[in-house]
Design a protein around this ligand. Structure first.
Ligand code: AMP
Length: 354
């Protein structure tokens, strides 16, 4: 177990790093951020920050020396970054294998299927000819996504009819994956943590609504039957155990009209759909992740209220004076300097006490 006063290194300087830093501070840890961005939300609440390119081996070696364990707030950590940290003697949690698989949509879905977890039908696309073949096979509607570096609906092209596939590979501009469109009834996520000792703790299943590919609202309890949630937990446990995972991991699923769960993607980190756990669970996902990577026992995940979490995207955050005056709204602002369209600026959690 890392002693209080130890330093936890976080790759990435965004809001997830900022909220991890808050939780680490509560347990007496210092946070050191590594980011390629100046003036990041996480840096402003952390003891120290390295601002350098994620491929700067010298800076990574210095960071590795400064910290007692390294974790991440984003999955697109270049493979060289994780390797350079390991070479410099750092303990990296979760493992670089989990990070590598989660950053490639084709590898991720192949991995799910290998674990017996259902996904939409998919095919790797490396040329327009591949796309034509896959569309002929799978039919429309379908979604063409970049294999790597897509998030919040970016790097995606909807193929509503077969004709939309013409020229779509050039438009995507990168190796891709074609997924059959899933006519889901709702979207849910399961957030869980696995400790150093292999213990697993689950949060209640979250029901999520997206707008323009970005999470906009999370509600609990989710309107799904207990057996659906149980099957989701089984799938998450398989993934955690397969990676000998340490930390928080999230899987997003589509719930089909017949109750079947279809995995969309995983995030090897704390997740936007778990922000409610700050006020709504006995241990927040952020504290849980810090506990896990520090080798501490996991905390209880009991939910204490009905939940509605609303993301503040772009200029939604301009409503802060109204939200600040609303006794039902627990307001979180991430300290980002400019409210670009589609940027996550903050969130609000409303609790319905039982
Ligand atoms: P992603 O970035 O892959 O999580 O996609 C963002 C959102 O697009 C998801 O939360 C869904 O609302 C929608 N979406 C992605 N893939 C599919 C699919 N295969 N079928 C239906 N909707 C999808």
């Amino acid at each position: 177990m890392l002693k209080p006063g130890s330093t936890i290194g976080i790759l990435g300087g965004g809001q997830l790093g900022r909220m991890l830093a808050h939780a680490a501070q509560q347990l007496g840890f210092d946070i050191c951020i590594f980011t390629d961005e100046d003036d990041s939300p996480a840096a402003r609440v952390s003891a120290q920050t390295f601002v350098a390119d994620y491929r700067d081996a010298q800076a990574l070696a210095a960071f590795a020396k400064r910290v007692d364990v390294v974790t991440t707030e984003f999955e697109n950590v270049p493979a060289e970054t994780a390797q350079a940290l390991i070479d410099a003697g750092a303990l990296v949690r979760p493992s670089s294998q989990a990070l590598a698989i989660a950053q490639d949509r084709f590898d991720e879905k192949s991995f799910f299927n290998a674990q017996g977890i259902a996904t939409p039908r998919f095919a790797a696309i490396a040329s327009q000819a591949d796309l034509d073949t896959a569309i002929a096979d799978m039919g429309a509607p379908a979604i063409l996504k970049t294999r790597r570096l897509g998030y919040d609906g970016r790097g995606q092209i909807r193929i509503k009819t077969k004709a939309d596939a013409q020229g779509a590979y050039a438009q995507l501009g990168a190796p891709g994956i074609l997924e059959a469109f899933c006519p889901f009834e709702r979207e849910v996520s399961i957030i869980a943590a696995r400790g150093e000792d292999g213990a697993v703790a689950f949060y209640d299943l979250c029901e999520n609504e997206h707008a323009g590919g970005i999470l906009s609202r999370t509600v609990l309890p989710a309107d799904v039957k207990d057996d659906v949630a149980a099957r989701g937990r089984d799938a998450v446990k398989k993934v955690l155990d397969a990676f000998d995972y340490v930390g928080v991991l999230t899987i997003e699923f589509f719930v089909m009209p017949n109750g079947a769960l279809v995995a969309n993607e995983m995030a090897p980190r704390v997740h936007n759909s778990g922000h409610w756990t700050i006020e709504g669970a006995l241990t927040s996902q952020f504290e849980q992740h810090i506990r896990a990577v520090a080798g501490w026992p996991l905390g209880p995940t009991t939910r204490v209220a009905g939940i509605e979490m609303l993301n503040l995207i772009g200029d939604d955050a301009d409503t802060w004076p109204t939200l600040a005056a609303d006794p039902e709204a627990r307001l979180h602002l991430y300290g980002k300097r400019d409210a670009r369209t589609g940027r996550k600026m903050g969130h609000v959690t409303k609790l319905k006490l039982r």
